[in-house]
Write a protein that binds this ligand. Sequence first.
Ligand code: DP6
Length: 365
Amino acid sequence: MMEQTFIPKSLKVGKESGKITWQTPSNIALVKYWGKRDPQLPENTSISFTLSNCHTITSLTYKKKEVKNDSFDFEVVFEGEKNEAFKPKIETFFHRIVAYVPFLKEYSFVIASKNSFPHSSGIASSASGMSAIAMCLMSMEKELNSELSDEEFYKKASLLARLGSGSACRSVKGALVVWGEHSEIEGSSDLYGVEFTDAVAPVFNNYQDTILLVDKGEKQVSSTVGHGLMHGHPFATQRFAQAQENISKIKEIFANGDVDGFIALVESEALTLHAMMMTSHPYFILMKPNTLEVIHKIWEYRKHTGSKVCFTLDAGANVHVLYPESEKETVQTFIKEELFVYCKNGEYIHDQVGMGAKLLDSTHI
Ligand code: DP6
């Protein structure tokens, strides 16, 4: 299988110790990934805007084990405090990726992470969190294999991130990333995300995303469980086919600067995602009353002003309000005056499209 090409053939003997820090962004899908098969492969192609302000900063400190053993040796520090809750997810992640990064068992790690967005804001932190660890591990690999090209580096980082959380593979590059094989997207793959390099009209540059924190609690149904419910879902086949068509459509929309087409497609994708949840067995609803209030307010505002503002949703109650940079002032006023009342504690986060992962530091300690 093709994934073999990502297994290193020979690596130099690694440094005794070191520390690497990466900042990686969150992303918001326009055509949604919902449904997967082993090993974390998507049932349909998805595309997302990479975000900028919502990000994770992770430092990976590594030290050669004094006594070799066959287990993963790591500690997690989240927002300055030792964290046990994230360990099982990272342990699973390490099991999935160890074949690709065989040096993982030779070291003891401290993974220290912090998010730019408030904890339990309902913003998916798995995308930025997993991609940050993946980037740090790739920096380690680069030290062991100086021949690794930039292209190979980012592809493999995305592949590793995918094995942590599917959508994380779209949190390595910017501004638009496609994940999942599609006949009209050159180089696209189920194994990793690729930058969308086809024509994009200027109206879509620096697109704005204000995230309204409608509900900040733990989700009742995790994304992983939700994905699982697409197996045997009565509408799954049609949904996956529709997503493939929507990728073809959005490609045209970007090329033509068709903002009305963008609004229609993106809002339909969001509602379809939630319709899949509501028609799963067992069924579930992640939207809250205020999610619907916001959607209606946006529709009303658009009708009365001719604005090009629209919304999308991820697997939760929060609303991502999307709009062109040219409307930044007016839409942000609208949000401040009319939408903030639907947010928990009046909280929202202004963000915009960003350019992907950043190396902050790489030191020998
Ligand atoms: C609704 O990537 O969080 O945000 O692969 O199980 O970790 P796992 O799921 P995850 O699913 C995200 C789903 C989504 C849509 C999307 O981001 O495309």
